[in-house]
Design a protein around this ligand. Structure first.
Ligand SMILES: [Zn+2]
Length: 124
């Protein structure tokens, strides 16, 4: 559930920011994500309030590494070592990590984060 940032205390905003940063780890490194958030704030970064950082964090997107920003995920395909010809053509489809956008936003991070946790829970 979304909480309006305008009604957040600074402490609540800091907690929310930490949550967003944690969840973003499913699709981006901390440095990449922080750079994207700072980019949203631009010149205001130095004087931004915690609530403004949260607003920027919710908007921040990073390039999807799964599909290298193309939005298309390829799999399969066997290449002959000798002449480089493709024996079995690779298959492709919309990248499931970014929903075919080529970049990931908070919805993607959250979905993938839940998925990764589910996989880990099943593996243990
Ligand atoms: Zn992708």
């Amino acid at each position: 559930m979304m909480t309006e940032t305008g009604t957040m205390t600074d402490d609540q905003a800091r907690d929310e920011f930490r949550k967003l940063r944690h969840i973003s780890g499913s699709g981006a490194t901390r440095a990449e994500w922080m750079k994207a958030v700072r980019g949203r704030l631009g010149d205001r970064a130095a004087s931004a309030t915690p609530a403004e950082w949260v607003a920027a964090a919710r908007m921040a997107t990073t390039k999807c590494e799964k599909c290298r920003g193309t939005g298309v995920y390829w799999w399969g395909g066997i290449v002959f070592e000798v002449d480089g010809s493709v024996k079995t053509p690779p298959k492709s489809g919309p990248c499931y990590q970014c929903d075919g956008k080529g970049y990931q936003d908070q919805d993607d991070y959250r979905r993938n984060y839940g998925y990764i946790r589910h996989m880990i829970a099943n593996a243990c």
